[in-house]
Write a protein that binds this ligand. Structure first.
Ligand code: EPZ
Length: 419
């Protein structure tokens, strides 16, 4: 398993371009199951999770070819309606094939995703919504068995906003019989990107990006063609924090204005200089003040940036807090940050971070995708050398992160290790 070796203390300087968004690419790839046309995708990120989704689609019967930077995807027919455990256990987002398979082919067998490092990750809201649209759903032997002669439009009210739950219903509803309304829909930009792709294919979705979404079912999605996946705002936020924590100055290109308003507001409150410019956002680091953050569904503070901002808070001149309201176990990075000299303690779903003068390099272990990003940020600013093992977690959601950081002046290298 590879590890990263980082020499800390070098301010990041320069320009960097983010890759395509993982959490838009995954539902958009799943949505190709709804259509028989060929889709050409630009800006698909080269991530483990994207490769896993493409592998799952090919197992179902899709034909996928890479033509230069374009990925051509066509699902003329499927050979199989099953997303097996050995794939789903590596990527929970495999649940996103459930809605499209059910709507287009009338049946689907998807392994229950099960939990992951950050929480139980239930899918009850997905299943209840599809049942309301007329699906028969049973669970046995760790598998979801779903059947539906033809899905019908329905009025869906989510108890809590669920990103992939909203996406599963949106996809299923595009070719269901009649109108579907989703209330308390997720408003994340990645949900909006999926809606834009589906409408590009011929769907009739309105209200996306707001809690009330309406989908008028159509018999089919007749359009293929080229679609460019949105830039990854979570990667952009991680790079903003890398600039801030190292006291450097970085221009992050491809950042779409408004996608991280909550993070930018928080950074400014901490004293970080953030300037949105044409085509991106410029961040300049320096001494930071403490701040209190509570994660929330979009447009609130993103839970996917919580671990990363905690690294910056650990070097602020006072006491900050992070309250995690989305997932029940998303503080796996805290113990490792403390081993690097941070002073963080946990009280239930709240982390209390007392700023310290410096972090010190150490051997640490990644535990989940965003926790590993917070350890990279810590290594960039720590005194001495940091070695991060199990960085396969990082490769799930960041494309060539160490190369991007080296281009900005960081001393970071990937070392393959047999262990
Ligand atoms: C998506 O996960 C993202 N993944 C996550 O990003 C992100 O952290 C999360 O949304 C929240 O923004 C993808 O888009 C592939 P949810 P998702 O359903 O859809 C509860 C990353 O780091 N819930 O919005 O699985 C759930 O337990 C990943 O890139 C139910 O109770 O999250 C949680 O408390 C991590 N029942 C809350 O809703 C359900 O059926 C929000 O979860 C579904 C969800």
């Amino acid at each position: 398993m590879d590890k990263l070796v980082i020499q800390g203390g070098r301010p990041l300087l320069g320009d960097i371009k983010t890759s395509g968004a993982k959490n838009a690419a995954l539902p958009i790839l799943a949505a190709t199951l709804l259509s028989s046309e060929t889709h050409y995708f630009e800006n698909l990120p080269a991530l483990t999770d994207v490769k896993t989704m493409e592998k799952l689609l090919c197992q179902l019967g899709a034909k996928i070819n890479q033509e230069g930077t374009l990925h051509a995807v066509q699902v003329k027919q499927i050979d199989l309606c099953e997303a097996p455990y050995d794939l789903v256990k590596t990527m929970r987002a495999s649940i996103l094939v459930l809605g499209p398979l059910l709507a287009k082919y009338g049946e689907a067998r998807v392994s229950l995703p099960g939990g992951c490092a950050i929480g139980a990750r239930p899918v009850n809201l997905h299943l209840d919504a599809l049942k309301a649209m007329g699906a028969e759903i049973g669970i046995a032997h760790g598998m979801i068995y779903a059947k539906a002669r033809r899905l019908k439009g329905a009025r869906i009210v989510f108890d809590v906003p669920t990103v992939t739950g909203t996406e599963n219903v949106m996809m299923a509803a595009t070719i269901a019989d009649g109108k579907t309304e989703i209330h308390n829909a997720a408003c994340e930009p990645e949900v909006v990107d999926l809606a834009c792709f589906l409408n590009h294919c011929g769907a009739r979705i309105t209200g996306f990006g707001s809690p009330q979404m309406t989908i008028e079912g159509t018999p089919s999605l007749p359009n293929g063609g080229t679609y460019c996946v949105m830039p990854d705002r979570i990667e952009a936020g991680t790079l903003m924090l890398a600039a801030a924590v190292t006291g450097g100055e970085v221009m992050i290109r491809q950042y779409r204005g408004g996608h991280l308003a909550s993070l930018i507001e928080t950074l400014r409150e901490m004293g970080v200089k953030v300037q949105e410019e044409k085509g991106g956002v410029r961040v300049r680091g320096g001494p930071v003040r403490p701040v209190n953050v509570t994660t929330a569904p979009y447009p609130g503070f993103p839970t996917d940036i919580q671990a990363q901002i905690m690294t910056l808070m650990s070097l602020s001149g006072g006491i900050s807090t992070v309250t995690e309201t989305i997932f029940e176990n998303r503080f796996n990075h805290v113990a490792e940050l403390n081993r690097m000299g941070a002073d963080i303690h946990l009280e239930g779903n709240q982390a209390i971070i007392r700023g310290v003068l410096a972090l010190s390099g150490a051997k640490v272990m990644a535990s989940d995708l965003r926790a590993s990003a917070s350890l990279v940020l810590a290594g960039l600013v720590a005194q001495g050398t940091t070695e991060i093992s199990r960085i396969y977690h990082l490769d799930r959601g960041y494309e060539r992160l160490e190369e991007k950081l080296v281009a900005l002046g960081a001393s970071i290298r990937r070392v393959s290790s047999p262990l």
